[in-house]
Design a protein around this ligand. Structure first.
Ligand code: SF4
Length: 64
């Protein structure tokens, strides 16, 4: 599982950091996502899929 995010289109909602806090965080200096782990373990799949499906800007991609 590999994650990519188009940070140029992130609107900084923070939804991903709430749904998968071990994988995503937010930059304290600017409202944009920080990917903490771009190749998370399978145990994180459900949370990552929820983050992908919940992102209001639809900028998170999950590559199998
Ligand atoms: S959920 Fe989407 S728009 Fe919101 S901070 Fe995460 S990547 Fe950015």
């Amino acid at each position: 599982m590999k994650i990519t995010v188009d940070t140029s289109l992130c609107i900084g909602s923070g939804t991903c950091a709430l749904t998968a806090p071990g994988v995503f965080d937010q930059d304290p200096e600017q409202p944009v996502v920080v990917v903490l782990d771009d190749a998370p373990p399978e145990a994180q799949r459900e949370a990552v899929e929820l983050a992908v499906n919940s992102c209001p800007a639809a900028v998170i991609r999950l590559i199998e």
